[in-house]
Design a protein around this ligand. Sequence first.
Ligand code: HEC
Length: 483
Amino acid sequence: MRRRHAQRISIGLAAVVLAIVAAFPVAGQSTESFPTAELGEAFPPVLSPGWVERNLHGPDLAILDARPSIRAYAEGHLPGARHLTSDNLRSSAEGVPGRVYPIEMIETIAGRLGLTQYARIVVYGEGSDPHAAFVATVLRAAGLQHVSILDGGLARWSAEGRPLSRSLEAVAPTRVRLTPTTRLFVGLQEVRQAVENGSALLLDCRRREAFESGHLPGAVHRFWKEDLAASETDGAASFRPVEELEEEYRALGVGPQHPTIVYCTSAHTAASVVWSLRYRLGYPETRLYDGSWLEWASHPELEREPPEGPPAGIPLQALQRAREAARSLGSSLMGALLRELKAGGPLHALGVCYEIAPSIAAEHSVEGMTVRRISNKVRNTADTPDAYERVALRDLQWRHDQGKLPEETIEVVRSEGRRVLRYLRPILVKEVCLQCHGRPERIDPAVGEFLRERYPEDQATGYEVGDLRGAVSVTIELDDGEE
Ligand code: HEC
């Protein structure tokens, strides 16, 4: 009922909003320049590379490079650009990772970058990532009024052969006093109220699999990248035309008058949707839940739909892939081992293990995923754990000693700037394993001989039934857009 009402209002206002938005040069509509004289007070939410190049040295224009890597910035940026990333604007607080800093901190940061209240700020990212939108949204929330995003980011800028610079220019620091925009960010309490009394529509913009494995009660889903379209020539993304987005959002019940709270995993990609709705479509009632799913899911007393899902921030599809890969590697190896033991005893089986174990593992490793066996006491040195696995195995051993060995461990970690799913399934020693991993005196002398010859540094003997032998370890590289 509520939603139908909101739709009627949004249809009524659509024309007005269209008229306002049509005054701005928006991505995907034209690459025409935007003359400075016509800018007046309003600064459009998205600017074309052509306009930015012509106004590079214009008064009060500040360009911010929001790409996460300092090194990438040092290797080449827009002339005069200063570096400001999402992570410069937030940190863990109140148990929630990535909470935006209080206004005094933002004022300090803005001052160090030489910004003023009147600065006209253009933020850019790599091309289709949400970094620019996040930085731009935080600056707007802090009270800076003239903030825009460079259409197509650095990817389009460079593809069009526009100038890049490596120089690091000093900017004179400023003293900035800002009056934050009210009603842009929402906190847990307000979101809770919205869930309870339906005062706002909840919009989940994570991947569909993440949404399906657990979301805020009553939330509707739309993946953040739906707002963007990649250019065929340079691959960089632009926001799609306003009229198309309005129509699609209307179908979800999102309109100019209806309060909408947008969230994702950690508010990063949701900022892109907020930029789209609040500043391009002109829906002033759009808000960003900065604690997002990470915060909500960390409160066991809060409801979620469906009630059972994977831990917060773990993409379900990747988790299922990891589980399936670990299970399938385990059963292929076990199947081969039992078959060969039966066919010719341990010495024969040994030859097979030696031959096939590495190739079975390689077979299971495809498309950004590796599957392997690891141990803290290895037979084959190729199975030596990496730094993450070493710590995880030590932790598993400790938990095993406490009699609380979990069936699996799952974590999303950052590695060289990428998000990676790490999955471990413990391997326990069974009776049958002792023939080749048991106490040396229990091992057949011929088998012992073979092992000494093939694996002179073998540490994988002396086990008892029930010991932790190691783990199947699965590593999956996640897309940048998972958040
Ligand atoms: C017939 C002898 C034999 C039996 C029986 C055997 N293994 Fe192994 N195991 C090996 C050999 C040989 C390797 C090294 C394979 C390679 O070179 O990749 C190995 C390697 C491993 C590894 C990889 C880590 C490392 O140390 O290199 C794990 C884990 C493992 N075995 C667990 C088991 C378990 C659990 C069982 C019982 C279910 C078992 N093995 C039974 C011979 C055996």
